[in-house]
Write a protein of this length. Sequence first.
Length: 159
Amino acid sequence: MKFIKKVISYLLLVLIFTNTIYAKDSIKVLILNSWSPDHKWVQGEVKGIKDALRKRHKNIEFTTEYIDYPRIEGINKKKYMQAYHQFFNNKYLDKKVKFDLIFVTDDPALDYILKYHDFYFPNTPVVFSGINNYSHEKMIGKKKLFFGVLETVDYLVEW
């Protein structure tokens, strides 16, 4: 059920954003995932994003990145993210790559793109999903370009 909600949310957000980029001959989309592509649910999210966008626009160039945020205890997450940033910097900064749309999945990817959005991809809209630790403070100055779906837990309360 949780997966279905995410897919439906993606589809709604895709419909909103593709109208603004639909007139272009081709569009470039970056999908930035927090986790490894080894997870079936990550594969499902990427497939859902691609399928939904391809229904609206035939000529799309996708670039998919995986932060593969450490899940193993004992790994220094700060050092890992510094190394990832160096990789990202080497890959994107010199090439001046421009994307028309960025999708990020889960908290680590959103945190990363919030930190470096203006540096790498200013004025590029961002769609996020699966966010657990959302705060309005994170979004100060970003509200016009960032849209998404929060992941919440539904609790059954019995009185």
